[in-house]
Design a protein around this ligand. Sequence first.
Ligand SMILES: Nc1ncnc2c1ncn2[C@@H]1O[C@H](COP(=O)(O)OP(=O)(O)OP(=O)(O)O)[C@@H](O)[C@H]1O
Ligand SMILES: [Mg+2]
Length: 259
Amino acid sequence: MKYVLEIENVSKLFFGLVAIDNLTIKVKPGQIYGIIGPNGAGKTTLFNCVTGIYKPEKGTIKYKGEDITGMSSYKIAQKGVLRTFQNIRLFKEMSVAENIMAGCHTKSKQKWYHSIIHTPFYKKDNEASWKTVEELMEFFNLTKFALTPVGDLSYGNQRKVEMARALAAKPELLILDEPAAGLNENETIELTNIILKIKEMGLGIMMIEHDMDMVMKLTDYITVINFGKEISQGIPSFVQDDPRVIEAYIGSDDDEDEE
Ligand SMILES: Nc1ncnc2c1ncn2[C@@H]1O[C@H](COP(=O)(O)OP(=O)(O)OP(=O)(O)O)[C@@H](O)[C@H]1O
Ligand SMILES: [Mg+2]
């Protein structure tokens, strides 16, 4: 498999206005692919097209060679495309362990009646899931919060729970929408190291991020978007010095450290 994700000539309109304009992006397994651009450029909209929240008007999206354009978000997640959100979405009253467990169920082949009649399959599947939850809490240094309601955690730890929940579904493509938003410097460093470790697992990672230090440290390849259009594409050092990119950021009146 050469590419885990192929976005080809994708466009998305809102009420006739172009939010995504003919984007083509290809992500390889084991790669961290950065999507950057000023506020309102269309980055989240692109992720929403890939994860089935929006259906693009034009173009195709393939995951592991299979056309997933317009498929439901549930089905796309089940296939192994998992994400985190710009504004954290977790079950705030539920514990850390329960939130991560919810991620395990995305890919589980359990039928509804398995949990009622407690079939051997249910038992085995459940044991495997709890083991995954334990391993992920260990990996994210969250074990001490296993039973804590997620709403009581710091923002940084909530971001980690969201990422753990996505990983619990064993994705081959992980999509992160501004993972460092709202984090302090130490939390950002910790998260950067965690993402590098996730990369070693061999999955493809796509990431929107405004923290340029983090982007430069983590990404292998970048597409820069402005007004829904690609304005540059390349390795981080190329994109960073591209005059078109510098102009877009200056012209956007946008503080890149913000948000
Ligand atoms: N559901 C929607 N209905 C109408 N317009 C939308 C919708 N979602 C996004 N837009 C518009 O599409 C454009 C792109 O928005 P998007 O959220 O994708 O930007 P972004 O690059 O993620 O910005 P930010 O960095 O601020 O998160 C914006 O003009 C936005 O107002
Ligand atoms: Mg966004």
